[in-house]
Design a protein around this ligand. Structure first.
Ligand code: ATP
Ligand code: MG
Length: 342
């Protein structure tokens, strides 16, 4: 029946070699990458906003510290993306919600605009717009794990430029095809970047920083975060691999379309390998965690970044991976067709 034949097709495609002329598409993918990178001017504005907000908040809370995290700090941000900030504050008296409400008052007094405290969200935040720079941002409280995983992503990006190029194109594809919407059951940008790091680890373009001797250590909510962060010493690590951007894109989509074993495998950048669902006890549904596509968080290792995916959206995702793999394999104009809006 249908099931058997689609299994057979998948088996045949698994060992399909890449088209011989794949490398000729790299220049057009690179120019798309260049068009998405934020300008120096935009980055300067983000720094300016961080400085002015830090100054304002420190007047009220001298022991607090404001951090940039997410796409504007992990080096995987597009131009014009929102800014994610995290306020670290040690105040035993106040709850997170109280801190958010007080923060909203401080920001009002500092003449920031469109201030909205969202205290009932899973991660409570304050939203605001800065009239000086025109930038919008979200501030959360004491979410230091996000600050640390932001640094890990940024450190990986410094080792080989192909990671940033690949992840930009994958994110651009995911946004164009509407499979970058966690509230609708598809994957976060953070998850896509981890999937790219994993592929480059398998291809020996990136090392596994958490398996190397640690030079950076922090403990955040009982999680020990330790890894080798002297990445300037690793900038020739991937040099033996001559894979071009378009070849890596083909490999990425081919892997998720035809090679990944969705019933058994978990990808893990913490170990630089594929590990089994069995070993993590991720073989059955527990609560809302269905484990239909398993992506281990590098620090919160009980956390599956694929847990938002359900039995409907896993189909959509896998169809999109296949569509992309087939475009890279056969389409005369992959750098256009790949991003056709859904
Ligand atoms: P975009 O350009 O789409 O805004 P982004 O890099 O800001 O991308 P998000 O997925 O919005 O990516 O996540 C922002 C930050 O929040 C990540 O860099 C990461 O630090 C943290 N984060 C997001 N999702 C998770 C998660 N499931 N577990 C842990 N941290 C997460
Ligand atoms: Mg973001």
């Amino acid at each position: 029946g249908h099931h058997v034949s689609s299994q057979r097709i998948r088996f045949q495609r698994r060992n399909r070699p890449c088209r011989y002329d794949i490398d000729r598409f790299t220049p057009s993918f690179l120019s798309i990458f260049e068009s998405l990178v934020p300008s120096e001017e935009e980055i300067a504005k983000q720094k300016q906003l961080l400085t002015s907000l830090s100054r304002l908040i420190n007047k009220e809370w001298p022991n607090s510290k404001l951090y940039l995290y997410g796409s504007c700090a992990n080096s995987f941000g597009f131009s014009n993306s929102d800014i994610d900030l995290c306020l670290s504050i040690d105040d035993k008296e106040m709850s997170k919600v109280d801190i958010i409400l007080k923060l909203a008052d401080i920001l009002k007094a500092g003449n920031l605009q469109n201030i909205q405290p969202l205290t009932r969200a899973r991660v409570p935040i304050v939203k605001l717009m800065d009239p000086e720079t025109g930038l919008s941002c979200d501030i959360c409280v004491n979410n230091l794990l996000a600050v640390v995983n932001t640094k890990l992503l940024r450190d990986y990006a410094q080792i080989d430029r192909r990671l940033r190029q690949l992840a930009f194109i994958v994110k651009h594809w995911a946004k164009s095809r509407r499979v970058n919407e966690t509230y609708q059951g598809t994957l976060s940008s953070y998850a896509y970047v981890i999937m790219c790091i994993h592929l480059l680890q398998l291809r020996r373009i990136l090392p596994c920083l958490q398996e190397m001797e640690a030079t950076y250590f922090v403990t955040v909510d009982e999680n020990n975060c330790a890894y080798f962060d002297q990445v300037d010493k690793l900038n020739s690590y991937g040099a033996q691999s001559r894979d071009t951007l378009s070849r890596l894109l083909w490999a990425f989509f081919h892997y998720w379309a035809y090679e990944h074993d969705y019933t058994r495998d978990v990808i893990s950048i913490r170990t630089g390998r594929i590990i089994s669902k069995e070993r993590k006890d991720w073989t059955r549904r527990v609560g809302n965690d269905r484990h239909l596509i398993c992506i281990e968080d590098p620090f919160e290792i009980s956390h599956d970044l694929g847990r938002v995916v359900d039995k409907f959206t896993i189909k959509i995702l896998r169809e999109e991976f296949e569509r992309a793999a087939n475009i890279l394999q056969f389409d005369p104009n992959p750098s256009v067709t790949l991003f056709e809006p859904y």
